[in-house]
Design a protein around this ligand. Structure first.
Ligand SMILES: *[C@@H]1O[C@H](CO)[C@@H](O)[C@H](O)[C@H]1NC(C)=O
Ligand SMILES: *[C@@H]1O[C@H](CO)[C@@H](O)[C@H](O)[C@H]1NC(C)=O
Ligand SMILES: *[C@@H]1O[C@H](CO)[C@@H](O)[C@H](O)[C@H]1NC(C)=O
Length: 346
């Protein structure tokens, strides 16, 4: 769900209008144990990911050599020149009754049409003097930390319990780092917010994080980059809508318990993370960022970009390269793909 548009307008009035961003849908490309950023070439990668974007997604995608815009023939995103890949861990329901797992389906965000996948944002909040430098070919980054066992990433990794008292801006005080422990009738929205500052040199770094930085402690709406990472980049954000509302038995929730677990065995949600691999064609993203202040470019209707219909974007699919049942169409599986044990905090 998009945060309330009117409220967001008021919130951002000092720096940018609510329209000053791209917000668009990308349908599911594939769901599999592949991770070209953290475990390139590894088949299978340790845990299941849900992946969107260009269909050149591959087990290995070497920076600046493997060129998604020239290797892809389609993308699942609204903007048809965006062949980037975006992915997160998948979420599973573990039956408290018999301990088997079912992969939680994803649904479309408010006002968008899509088949699984995510909502992607490119936001100009941290633009210094209005200038936003788009990513260079080969750029990639990671937000969050799968090893995280405590409440540390609140400004950038969070969950909202939908239909149970909505919040305001993403990762505000009503959202939680952990997976909500109450029943969420309208689903759980997981938010991943990426850093908005870059060192201006490196396309990647060994931890996939240190070439970028959050400004002023993380989260959204921060105006200034640190001197170590002086270049203002578009702030990327993902929203994943998990259809947890279908798991209704109230006995499964409360007193600190809930039945969901991320694909790497994290039953708290603190370790949720997102991966970004840039793949826009030519200077399309830079053109869009430059056009944001003019009002000609907003959300899923940016007139300087090529747009494809929702139907068209849904036809772009990629067969699993790592073929296995990661929980297809409601199937029940005995263990998480890769066999990660389910762990809870403390
Ligand atoms: C993906 O990787 C495989 C194996 O390395 C390779 O054969 C294939 O051509 C790659 N796909 C694209 C679109 O380059
Ligand atoms: C396991 O339990 C869930 C409900 O918690 C049920 O829907 C599912 O059919 C059960 N699976 C098996 C194999 O018994
Ligand atoms: C996109 O913008 C054009 C021109 O301003 C407008 O006519 C059209 O209705 C908009 N479409 C959507 C989906 O907002």
């Amino acid at each position: 769900m998009f945060w309330n548009t009117i409220a967001a307008g008021a919130l951002l009035a000092q720096s940018a209008s609510a329209q000053n961003m791209l917000r668009f849908a990308c349908s599911q490309l594939t769901v599999e144990r592949a991770d070209p950023l953290v475990s390139p070439g590894q088949a299978p990668a340790p845990h299941t990911h849900q992946i969107i974007g260009g269909n050149s997604f591959n087990l290995t995608m070497e920076p600046a050599k493997y060129d998604p815009p020239s290797l892809s023939t389609c993308t699942t995103c609204t903007y048809s020149e965006d062949f980037s890949n975006y992915w997160t861990a998948s979420l599973y329901f573990q039956s408290p009754d018999n301990k088997t797992f079912q992969r939680v389906p994803q649904f479309a965000n408010v006002g968008l049409q899509q088949d699984g996948g995510m909502t992607v944002y490119y936001m100009p909040y941290s633009a210094v003097n209005g200038k936003m430098t788009a990513f260079k070919p080969g750029f990639r980054m990671l937000a969050g930390d799968p090893m995280m066992k405590k409440n540390t990433y609140k400004p950038s990794i969070c969950h909202r319990c939908l239909g149970n008292g909505e919040g305001f801006a993403p990762c505000d005080s009503k959202d939680t780092s952990e997976l909500p422990t109450k029943y969420c009738p309208k689903g759980i929205r997981a938010t991943v917010i990426f850093p908005s500052c870059w060192d201006g040199v490196n396309l990647d770094s060994p931890d996939h994080k240190s070439h970028v930085a959050y400004s002023n402690g993380g989260g959204l709406g921060t105006p200034k980059c640190p001197s170590t990472h002086p270049v203002s980049i578009p702030q990327v954000m993902y929203e994943v809508m998990w259809d947890t509302g279908r798991y209704k038995n109230t006995a499964w929730y409360g007193n600190g318990k809930q039945p969901f677990v991320y694909s790497f065995g994290d039953g708290t949600g603190y370790g949720q993370h997102g991966d970004y691999l840039f793949g826009w064609k030519g200077d399309a993203l830079q053109k869009a960022m430059d056009a944001l202040p003019s009002g000609k470019c907003a959300n899923a209707n940016c007139s300087v970009l090529k747009i494809q219909s929702a139907q068209q974007s849904m036809t772009c699919k990629k067969a699993q390269q790592v073929k296995e049942d990661v929980g297809k169409d409601g199937s029940w599986i005995k263990e998480l793909p890769g066999g990660a044990p389910v762990t809870y905090a403390n």
